[in-house]
Design a protein around this ligand. Structure first.
Ligand code: NAD
Length: 477
């Protein structure tokens, strides 16, 4: 049981302004495993004021990138040494299968941090230009106070996508974890203190969406970095537009995996375990629309049903588990409701369905629908659970058309024996990333969405740019 009665504000543990608490419930046992204070507007005011002071008067933005990278490097080293603790905690609070927590949550977060530490050296922090009217120095300066708001599904990774580049840039941060998974942020706060990050540079206030909305609208915030649902992203984008605050939005997805005619089916289906069902299907980039050529449709359906039907569903702390419980009863209800919607729309369940695999815990049977048309709700709406829609296509142009026939544009993949041809098909997909014969997020490459999947990019040098203002200083020749 992890009990916290403080918030991380101004470099130390501060008493919250209110008396509310957030209970963190294990999705596996349905028992309370932790408590944290529920942040209020007054706590946000205190956290933003601390971040503002640290930005306007503190050492952090005035250090060189190399000095900041040295401190962040200490944090990365602490993280590397203790990331198992982080992985175990994330599994406990939100139900991610432990193997995914180890590699996809904790190790990925550490890798992102290390990537930005390494980027400090060699990044063009300023450059000299022979302008058309004389010499110009172009500098990159930190954007200011950043509000980082992120979801429960990959809490450390989505936080680190913001925190690492923001801190390297010289920004200060107010992070708002989701109420479902706030515990991991407490561990990170301890490591941040230990690494010697100056006071006020990172502040952490767990809270619900109303308090999150208050943070977004706070006029002492210079930039909002948000990961979450498209619905919330629209509202946040509107507020930032009104206030003329910088904003990046990483939102929902309904990505397609295109199985080409020549694909090795066994390898493809094995690859889809991760690409389509990572993190219990609670992943924005999960490829939950499986596009199969009509000529091989039955064969793909059989292979997919066998793979999904054979997944080990159970205690997420067990290393043999492939699918754990969903984050909350609300999420279980939502996913089961989509299974009903799929049945009502006339799609056919070929494995899984509404029989729960376990009585206790928020489990849903991994499910595949066959006979899905791309205009069905189960093909257009983000379900955020282990539910796949198998959609037939006639030829490659038809596959590309179906993949692109979505309001979203986040991820995707192409499965083929001809990798070069796969790359050509991937180029035609209107999404921020599209893998060939795998799906990974490489810290050195941009990640983000086209269309309703968001605005801007995280990761890579592009992810650092999002925290920098460019400034031109012309002078006489
Ligand atoms: P959500 O939008 O309900 O909440 C996300 C976070 O935003 C939480 O911390 C929440 O408290 C806060 N929030 C919600 N509404 C807000 C508002 N109006 N103003 C300020 N803060 C607000 O999303 P969720 O259900 O927690 O997470 C799942 C969603 O996140 C899915 O849609 C998923 O696709 C998306 N996601 C996207 C990415 C990506 O990189 N594109 C990554 C992970 C998750």
């Amino acid at each position: 049981m992890r009990e916290h009665d403080r918030l991380f504000i101004d470099g130390d543990w501060a008493a919250p302004a209110g008396t509310g608490t957030i209970e963190v419930v294990s999705p596996h046992t349905e028992e309370v495993v932790g408590r944290v204070p529920e942040g209020t507007e007054a706590d946000i005011d205190a956290a933003v004021a601390a971040a503002r002071r640290a930005f306007d008067h503190g050492p952090w933005p005035r250090m060189t990138p190399a000095e900041r990278a040295a401190i962040l490097g200490r944090l990365a080293a602490i993280y590397a040494e203790r990331q198992q603790e982080m992985a175990d905690l994330i599994t406990e609070e939100m139900g991610s299968p432990i193997l995914f927590s180890v590699f996809g949550q904790a190790a990925m977060a550490q890798m992102v941090l290390q990537y930005y530490v390494n980027l400090a050296d060699g990044y063009a922090w300023e450059d000299e230009r022979a302008g058309m009217l004389g010499p110009v120095t172009v500098t990159r300066e930190p954007v200011g106070v950043v509000a980082a708001i992120y979801p429960w599904n990959v809490p450390q990774f989505t936080l680190m996508l913001k925190l690492a580049p923001a801190l390297l840039a010289g920004c200060t941060v107010v992070a708002k974890p989701s109420p479902e998974a706030p515990l991991d942020a407490y561990v990170l706060a301890e490591w941040i203190k230990e690494a010697g990050v100056p006071e006020g540079v990172v502040n952490i206030v767990p809270a619900g969406r109303e308090v999150g909305a208050y943070l977004v609208a706070h006029l002492d915030v210079d930039k909002v970095a948000f990961t979450g649902s498209t619905a919330a992203g629209r509202r946040i984008g509107a507020v930032c537009g009104e206030n003329l605050r910088r904003v990046t939005l990483e939102l929902g997805g309904k990505s397609a995996a295109i199985i080409l005619e020549d694909a090795d089916l066994a390898a493809t289906v094995e690859g889809l375990k991760m690409a389509s069902l990572m993190n219990n299907g609670e992943a924005c980039a999960a490829q939950t629309r499986i596009l199969a050529p009509r000529s091989r449709y039955d064969e793909v359906a059989d292979a997919l049903a066998a793979m999904v039907g054979g997944l080990t569903v159970g205690d997420p702390a067990d290393y043999g588990t492939e699918i754990g419980p969903l984050v909350a009863r609300r999420q279980q209800d939502r996913v089961e409701n989509y299974i009903r919607i799929g049945q009502d729309e006339g799609a056919k369940i070929i494995t899984g369905g509404l029989n729960r695999p376990h009585d206790r815990g928020w489990y849903v049977a991994p499910t595949v629908f066959a006979g899905v048309r791309n205009d069905m709700r189960i093909a257009q709406e983000e379900i955020f659970g282990p539910v796949l829609a198998l959609i037939p296509y006639e030829d490659e142009d038809d596959a590309v058309r179906i993949a692109n026939d979505s309001a979203y544009g986040l991820g995707g993949s192409v499965w083929t024996a001809d990798v070069d041809h796969g790359v050509e098909v991937a180029r035609r997909i209107r999404t921020g990333s599209c893998g060939v014969n795998l799906y990974v997020l490489d810290p050195n490459t941009p990640f983000g969405g086209f269309k309703d999947s968001g605005l801007g990019r995280e990761l890579g040098p592009e992810g650092l740019e999002a925290y920098l203002e460019h400034k031109a200083i012309p002078r006489p020749s």
